[in-house]
Ligand binder design. Structure first.
Ligand code: CUA
Length: 352
């Protein structure tokens, strides 16, 4: 028996040490999705609540555990003492004290919490730029109605300005989360959840769907690019322009294939300025090449990654609509040849 106990103790210790290490390293600020590395007022306010509650809990923990250790030691069984300890029943002052103190503590925590709840939920500027975000399995659509911008998986915003966010979903429940900017809010079909944020720093911030929404949930990411007002205005202007026309035989071949019923890409994607590509099932591609990433933020926007994606989308993002419904993937007779895939990738990568 002692052997089993020793082994149990050893494995318990390893498990505990592993958990503590995971928690310590999981909480570092130097992580692209750390909610502690705050860059705006909403995430700052939410992180502050976390710290208040954590330090209050820490004080209670240390006091309680110290008293427990002290009494355990003081009233331990001593050699040659076989009598029962003195039995005590009820102590009104103590009972009142340990009811009132926690109640006061909870009230003290509730005041800043409720304050922050209102500050972070209600936009300080309802007339500020509004972005409509729609969740899809598994990508994000961004509309900025007042500017006429529609894009996917990469949202640009101006630094230091309030951004109002309206959340919706086309299929199941998703959740919108940019950890450095704001806590997550669910995206529910036909429900108008709203939030706001503001970034006081320029940079590229990671976003992620935070509600399990199917097999590729973990691959549903996006980026928020925060830039100066001038850069943002220039970005808007570029986004509003129609797609560039094919300029060489290879991109022309890719364009023709994209718009053909053989490949059928046009039926699900929009390329503004084209004759027929106005589908809204898949991400809008008018300025595909201007984005930093492809596949909703999971890979860099490179020719090789795009080739791999068009060749076998199900291997990269399991269950996606394109591999399930695109006839070039479901019908072996219609499968794209390598030169066709190269042409399609060249065309998409020309859409600056
Ligand atoms: Cu969308 Cu998880």
């Amino acid at each position: 028996m002692p052997t089993i106990n020793r082994q149990f103790a050893k494995y318990s210790f390893l498990l505990l040490a592993g958990t503590i290490l995971a928690l310590i390293f999981g909480c570092t600020n130097h992580h692209p999705q750390s909610p502690f590395d705050t860059v705006g007022p909403v995430s700052e306010s939410q992180a502050l609540i976390f710290y208040i509650i954590m330090y209050a809990g820490l004080v209670v923990f240390v006091i309680t555990m110290s008293l427990l250790a002290y009494f355990t030691f003081k009233y331990r069984k001593k050699d040659g003492d076989d009598s029962d300890p003195e039995q005590v029943h009820g102590n009104s002052s103590l009972e009142i004290a340990w009811t009132v103190i926690p109640a006061l503590l909870l009230i003290a925590v509730a005041v800043p919490t409720i304050n922050s709840l209102f500050d972070t939920t209600v936009s300080p500027d309802p007339d500020a730029l509004t972005v409509k975000v729609t969740g899809n399995q598994w990508w994000f659509r961004f509309d900025i109605p007042e500017l006429g911008v529609v894009t996917a998986n990469e949202l640009h915003i101006p630094v230091g300005e309030v951004i109002n966010i309206q959340l919706d979903s086309k299929d199941v429940i998703h959740s919108f989360w940019v950890p450095k900017l704001a806590g997550k809010v669910d995206m529910i079909p036909n429900n108008d959840n709203t939030m706001w944020f503001q970034s006081n720093e320029e940079g590229v911030f990671y976003g992620q769907c935070a509600e399990f929404c199917g097999e590729s949930h973990a691959l549903m990411r996006f980026r928020v690019v925060v830039e100066s007002r001038e850069e943002f205005d220039a970005w808007v202007e570029r986004q509003l322009a129609d797609a560039v026309k094919p300029s060489d035989p290879l991109t022309q071949q890719g364009h023709d294939l994209f718009m053909s019923s053989d490949a059928g890409c046009y039926a699900c994607h929009t390329i503004r300025g084209s004759q027929k590509a106005y589908g809204e099932v898949g991400p809008e591609l008018t300025h595909f090449a201007s984005r930093l990433h492809i596949l909703s933020g999971i890979q860099d926007n490179t020719h090789e990654n795009l080739i791999a994606w068009i060749t076998d989308p199900d291997a990269i993002k399991p269950g996606n609509i394109m591999s399930k419904n695109g006839s070039v993937y479901t019908d072996p007779d219609k499968a794209l040849s390598d030169p066709e895939i190269t042409a399609l990738a060249a065309y998409l990568r020309s859409l600056e």
